[in-house]
Design a protein around this ligand. Structure first.
Ligand code: ADP
Length: 179
């Protein structure tokens, strides 16, 4: 089964097979990690996202509804692929947020496996602008990855990339430094 690591840093700098973007349902960029990824990747990534968004424009819930994920190239980034996963906006936890957040992690891992990739880095999806409580989000992220890894034998390495100190400490609490 794949190894799980935790690092503190900027996901755009990682030369892994895939980085996951905490995208929004329009797929056309935004603030936070989404903005950082598009800025570092350049216009090629935006063009690819635009193409997918146009082809899915009649989807209920937007081109990529919460809980769903799509895969693109990586433009100028050092990774090979970007997986755009759309986390739920936190509304107090009564609108299916835990299942939608778990679905982001699960679908991203499966997309990476299907693309023949072996290393994947995740940001702390939904814990920025989308307002998901960080402790609950960390628990879901870790548990979902542990549950899904046995189904994705090609994935050798999963990295949780924590940008802020609070998330970093929470992930260390749930997982220990390296497992
Ligand atoms: P969301 O809308 O899903 O909440 P945000 O981008 O606002 O997405 O925040 C998600 C997480 O990404 C936050 O924990 C934020 O600290 C983190 N983040 C922001 N920039 C980066 C980056 N360059 N690399 C990794 N994580 C980042």
């Amino acid at each position: 089964m794949g190894l799980i690591e935790i690092i503190r840093g900027d996901i755009t700098t990682l030369a892994v097979d895939a980085i996951v973007n905490a995208a929004n349902s329009g797929l056309l960029g935004g603030g936070g990690v989404d903005g950082a990824i598009h800025e570092a990747a350049g216009p090629e990534l935006f063009e690819e996202c635009l193409k997918i968004a146009k082809s899915r424009k009649d989807n209920p819930g937007g081109p990529c509804p919460a809980g769903d994920a799509v895969i693109t190239g990586a433009g100028q980034l050092p990774c090979k692929k970007v997986i755009h996963a759309v986390g739920p906006v936190w509304h107090g936890g009564t609108r299916g947020e835990p299942d939608l957040l778990a679905s982001c992690y699960r679908k991203s891992l499966i997309l990476a496996e299907e693309a023949g990739l072996s290393s994947i880095a995740f940001p702390n999806i939904s814990t920025g602008v989308f307002g998901y409580p960080k402790e609950q989000a960390a628990e879901i992220a870790v548990n979902t990855i542990k549950r899904t890894l046995p189904e994705t034998p090609g994935i050798a390495r999963v990295i949780f990339v924590c940008f802020d100190g609070e998330n970093y400490r929470l992930y260390l609490d749930f997982l220990g430094p390296v497992k």
